[in-house]
Design a protein around this ligand. Structure first.
Ligand SMILES: NC(=O)c1ccc[n+]([C@@H]2O[C@H](COP(=O)([O-])OP(=O)(O)OC[C@H]3O[C@@H](n4cnc5c(N)ncnc54)[C@H](O)[C@@H]3O)[C@@H](O)[C@H]2O)c1
Length: 249
């Protein structure tokens, strides 16, 4: 049976657990060859998929903050599968829930290093090859918190807001090369990152979400299949809320 991602070669970052793991696994199920990366070792679900799909799924360590690391990942992906025509910049870190006057410069820098510079380096690395091959699809992960304003959490929110504009800037710049760049903004998803919130905050976030619950990472992945595939051939420079309605409030 034909897969929706047959012929696609994807680098995906932050795949050890959570949303990135779900994306890598669904991409392979849909026929893509996936070069999955993370700073951490693969979690259980990705490890099982690596065993089940040795020919279509590879994993390697990549710290998205490292330009040399990105060059090595591109070379290794190209050797294993061919030049990538899809990139998913999913790796990210959260922050403390502090307001401006209490937050540290270190936390601000750390958030911008991973959530913005990491995304910038990913695009910088793959775009020349995509220009050469006549196109590609890049999907960047921001957050609903980089779109709507809430109190505190200043480092994460401002970095994710920068990620939204970084996506839009690159999207309009490279659309003439048929490189479609889009941004996905998840709401509250049950992953290791979001499990750091208190029980009380978890309840509040679910009540605040119009659908009244948090999402499973697997509920995020289908949107990425659509954006990576040729089904979205006219979709560029767009922001996709995947947030149970949260951003409407
Ligand atoms: N979980 C949520 O509620 C939520 C909401 C909105 C946006 N997001 C975004 O979704 C993305 C995925 O997060 P998740 O919720 O699946 O959490 P997660 O912690 O399961 O996944 C994030 C992954 O990024 C990796 N990572 C961190 N720093 C890295 C670095 N320097 N280089 C490479 N990899 C690195 C981590 O090791 C981890 O595996 C993130 O960008 C996050 O900001 C998550």
């Amino acid at each position: 049976m034909a897969g929706r991602l047959d012929g696609k070669i994807a680098i995906v970052t932050g795949t050890a657990t959570g949303i990135g793991s779900a994306i890598a696994r669904l991409f392979v199920d849909e026929g893509a060859k996936v070069y999955a990366t993370d700073v951490k070792d693969p979690g259980d679900k990705l490890a099982a998929a690596l065993k089940a799909h040795p020919a279509a799924l590879r994993f390697a360590k990549l710290d998205v903050r490292s330009e040399e690391g990105w060059a090595a990942a591109l070379a290794a992906c190209t050797k294993a599968f061919g030049a990538p025509n899809v990139l998913v910049n999913n790796a990210g870190i959260g922050s403390t829930h502090k307001p401006v006057h209490e937050e540290t410069v270190e936390m601000m820098r750390a958030n911008f290093e991973v959530n913005v510079i990491g995304m910038f380096l990913g695009m910088k690395t793959v775009i020349p090859g995509m220009i050469e091959m006549g196109g590609g699809s890049i999907v960047n992960v921001a957050s609903v918190w980089g779109w709507t304003g809430i109190k505190n959490n200043v480092a994460y929110q401002t970095a994710k807001a920068a990620a939204v504009m970084l996506s839009k800037n690159a999207a309009v710049t490279y659309a003439p090369h048929n490189i479609r760049i889009n941004c996905v903004l998840p709401g509250y998803v049950d992953t290791p990152m979001s499990r750091t919130v208190t029980e009380e905050d978890a309840k509040m976030l679910m009540e605040f979400t119009p659908l009244g619950r948090r999402a499973e990472p697997e509920e995020m992945a289908p949107m990425f299949v659509f954006l990576a595939s040729d089904e979205s051939s006219f979709v560029a420079a767009a922001n996709f809320m995947n947030d149970g309605g949260m951003s409407a409030l």
